[in-house]
Design a binder for this molecule. Structure first.
Ligand SMILES: [Mn+2]
Length: 329
């Protein structure tokens, strides 16, 4: 069998992709792809739908997986981690993801997994030949999750072809849907409905009109949140604000570059929902999860990039621990 992944230096030597080919042959029935709401998850979903044509369903919270909204015979889980033990459905499932794997992935699961890549990148490699016209969509996912200096031949070839600015602008537009607490299906429609970055940037398609509106709202909210100064206790720098947009990870990213010695902890007390959204970032050897555990806060994700969603009363308790923190050391 032809094995493009092996040629591209895929870490599994292409085994995962051969396994996916076999899996697709065994499960020809209707499939649903559950996907994350950011540019990586949306790009993965667009690449999946362009190739397999099934139903997509955006997952609005990363805390738990929803029930399937449509009947399906198999499921793809894109950029949503992999749960421990079981899914909320009893269907054969493919997980395409780059987050750390659980101890016991659910039975009947095919894993397309690599922590050194991102989900759009893995989806593109698994489903598309190297020179497909959709490579720019994968590049948006890589740019959003891994940054422009990622030594990915796929990303670098697309940056050369289309330019850094257009791809950055599109990544920002795609991400503005979830950052404005808006309709992420509009971002998916925008990716599916355009043939190139330049066409999409110039487009007056309703999905683009919508995304530009989201982007204006996000810029306004970010401008407000950027005014807040961090409060430091021990190795933790806390930035706390109230907003109707989930902009906490952008704010955490901004402070991370200025606070190399601290775990940046951003708390967004959502004014439109009864939730406090947490985003944590750190640099170097600082493990955000370990340091935040010292104030009783459990975050999910990577050592240097993690998050959580708390009830206001849970957050109040964490805040108390935070202000008492230096005395506990
Ligand atoms: Mn991702």
């Amino acid at each position: 069998m032809e094995n493009p992944a092996a040629r591209r230096g895929h870490p599994s030597g292409g085994d995962q992709i051969v396994a996916l080919e076999e899996w697709l042959a065994r499960h020809p029935g209707p499939a649903t792809a559950l996907h994350d709401f950011d540019a990586d998850g949306l790009a993965a979903a667009a690449l999946w739908k362009l190739r397999l044509g099934g139903t997509t369903q955006v997952v609005r919270t990363r805390q738990n997986l929803p029930e399937l909204a449509n009947p399906a015979e198999s499921v793809f889980l894109l950029d949503l981690s992999c749960p421990e033990d079981r899914f909320p459905w009893e269907l054969p499932t493919v997980v395409i993801d780059h987050h750390p794997l659980p101890q016991r992935p659910p039975a009947q699961t095919l894993l397309i997994h690599d922590t050194a890549r991102c989900s759009a990148w893995l989806t593109y490699e698994a489903l598309w030949p190297e020179d497909s016209p959709h490579a720019w969509i994968a590049a948006l996912g890589i740019l959003s999750d891994l940054g422009d200096s990622m030594p990915s031949p796929l990303l670098q070839s697309q940056l050369e072809r289309w330019g850094m600015n257009p791809l950055r602008q599109l990544t920002s537009l795609i991400n503005s849907a979830h950052r404005a607490a808006g309709d992420c299906d509009q971002a998916l429609l925008a990716l599916l409905g355009h043939h190139s970055p330049s066409e999409m940037l110039r487009s007056d398609h309703p999905s683009l009109v919508y995304l530009r509106e989201c982007q204006r709202k996000v810029r306004k909210r970010l401008g407000q949140a950027k005014q807040i100064s961090p409060v430091k206790r021990g190795r933790i720098a806390l930035v706390q604000f109230e907003s109707d947009c989930p902009v906490q990870s952008v704010i955490a990213q901004i402070w991370k570059s200025r606070l190399a010695e601290h775990v940046v902890l951003v708390a967004n007390r959502r004014s439109d929902t009864a939730e406090v959204q947490i985003s944590a970032r750190s640099r170097g050897a600082l493990d955000a999860g370990k340091i935040l555990a010292q104030i009783g806060l459990t975050v999910r994700g990577h050592a240097q990039s993690a998050g959580a969603v708390l009830k206001p009363e849970q957050w109040e308790q964490i805040l108390e621990n935070f202000y008492a923190y230096p005395h506990q050391r």
